[in-house]
Design a protein around this ligand. Structure first.
Ligand code: DX5
Ligand code: ZN
Length: 217
């Protein structure tokens, strides 16, 4: 892959040292900041809302990659966009039909922001085929969404490869982003398959942040 973008997930930040770690991330060579929003309904965990994103926006100039694992992504889209989201990625699985997906992508683009769609490990990559032209980011979950520190699911690799092939055949330049269980070993596998944005939480925040980021780039 040309240039790999590393997106540290703030879910795994040490919140007793937030400013210190955020400054380290800012200087680490990471280009995106991955912001995991969970509502306790779509996933069995609860994280942060738009007001916390405003705090991160003040503390970092990195591209704010918001990943919402919530049941109402349409309701919250403008709230997160005005709080500082540069990309807004929602889940295929919560949407009623194809029209609602096209519609939400359109709303995000109408605000001049990057639009992303994500699928869980058990969702086939074929569901994304009607939307190849709608999105700037396709987020392939390589763990069951809800928690950091889980084991990488190898079945994700074929989904990445297939998706990148479809995008190439269509002459589309969208990002293929992978999220979950990324470390120096799995990073190589997903990059070879065509991923160009790598999310990592536990791998990055449990060691020297800059070294960890560099080992994934
Ligand atoms: C999980 C989140 C991921 C998670 C990645 O639901 O979407 O972004 O924070 O954490 P690691 O890299 O530890 O698997
Ligand atoms: Zn995520």
């Amino acid at each position: 892959m040309a240039n790999t973008i590393v997106a540290p997930s703030v879910l795994s930040l040490d919140y007793s040292r937030m400013t210190e770690q955020l400054n380290e991330v800012n200087e680490s060579g990471a280009e995106w900041l991955h912001f995991d929003v969970m509502d306790g309904h779509f996933v069995p965990n609860l994280t942060f809302g738009p007001d916390i994103l405003k705090g991160f926006r003040k503390g970092s100039d990195l591209f704010m990659d918001v990943h919402v694992m919530i049941e109402k992504p349409l309701f919250f889209a403008e709230k997160f966009i005005s709080a500082g989201a540069d990309n807004y990625t929602f889940h295929y699985e919560v949407m009623d039909d194809e029209d609602s997906i096209h519609q939400l992508a359109g709303i995000i683009h109408a605000h001049g922001k990057s639009a992303g769609i994500s699928i869980k490990p058990d969702t086939p990559v074929t569901v994304l085929k009607p939307f190849l032209k709608d999105f700037d980011v396709f987020l392939i979950m390589s763990v069951e969404p809800g928690f950091g520190g889980q084991k990488f699911i190898p079945g994700s690799i074929d989904k990445i490869r297939t998706l990148r092939q479809w995008l190439n055949e269509a002459g589309l330049k969208a990002h293929v982003e992978v999220d979950g269980g990324i470390n120096e070993v799995t990073a190589k596998l997903v990059k070879e398959a065509g991923a160009d944005v790598l999310v990592a939480g536990s791998y990055i925040f449990k060691q020297n942040i800059k070294e960890a980021v560099m080992s994934l780039a």
